[in-house]
Design a protein. Structure first.
Length: 272
């Protein structure tokens, strides 16, 4: 049975207009979305010692996601303040990961043995894990990385050689610019680069050809987590059948459905 692992950030997204907070974070969302698609998943990250951390951890336990390798530290859990404008999430500020940033993960030998059990490992630019990429890659597991939307060329040049599946948010780029961008950053055989572009078509490149997928349009409730759900569904489908086109189609459908849920995946509670 396939198992997948998210390493890095966990946060609470505080919706200030609702006084409601939801669990989230790129790496954590990956693990949750995988579990929701029926794939056994785990998460490695660092929790603070505040009520926000306690809540996120309780949700992961309820969802039966393996968090046995997680760390705990004194301080604030990752936290972001957001609001919605016509269903689109707008970030108002954050503590930049809280204890995740302040206590960078160090992999033990036990961690490394554990990581080898998984079919794919996912992390990202906001996960505060880039220092671990060489170690993770040496473990021989496929590595997925979300560059999000505020990457720099220096970020790409530093990390892309370790990565098998690279995801970029490129809604600021035209079709032509996106083609040039992902083709120029392709580095090795077997690598797949995907650029999601909001309401415009997603473009992928495997070193040989480009692939395209239009988004599925729905009456959006909340776009939070849409990119993470796309990444998750693409990876799970691709690992099973190796077909980029069908994997992108599955990803578009799953991402559209995630836009019908408040927060990244629900589980909101009122905060003071």
């Amino acid at each position: 049975m396939m198992k997948v692992l998210g390493i890095g950030d966990n946060v609470v997204d505080k919706y200030v207009h609702l006084k409601t907070m939801y669990p989230g974070g790129n790496a954590l969302n990956f693990s949750v979305f995988a579990q929701k698609k029926g794939v056994e998943s785990a998460f490695i990250g660092t929790f603070g010692n505040d009520k926000e951390a306690e809540y996120v951890e309780s949700v992961l336990k309820e969802l039966q996601i393996d968090i046995s390798r997680c760390r705990h530290a004194t301080g604030e859990n990752g936290c972001a303040r957001v609001t919605l404008e016509n269903g689109d999430r707008v970030f108002l500020g954050s503590n930049d990961g809280g204890v995740t940033r302040e206590n960078l993960l160090k992999l033990t030998e036990e961690d490394k043995v554990y990581i080898k059990e998984f079919a794919v490992i996912h992390t990202g630019l906001y996960s505060h894990t880039v220092h671990l990429l060489p170690e993770i890659k040496e473990l021989g597991r496929p590595l997925s990385f979300d560059f999000s939307d505020d990457f720099t060329q220096a970020d790409i040049d530093s990390y892309i050689s370790y990565i098998d599946f690279a995801f970029f948010s490129c809604s600021h780029m035209s079709d032509e610019e996106t083609h040039t961008f992902i083709k120029s950053n392709f580095k090795k055989k077997g690598q797949i680069l995907l650029a999601t572009r909001g309401s415009e078509r997603t473009i992928a490149y495997d070193g040989t050809q480009f692939y395209y997928q239009n988004p599925e349009y729905v009456e959006v409730k909340d776009t939070m987590g849409a990119g993470d759900s796309f990444i998750t569904a693409f990876l799970l489908h691709y690992l099973k059948d190796g077909n980029i086109m069908s994997s992108m189609k599955e990803a578009a459908s799953f991402a559209a459905n995630s836009c019908l849920v408040e927060g990244s995946f629900g589980y909101g509670i009122v905060y003071e």
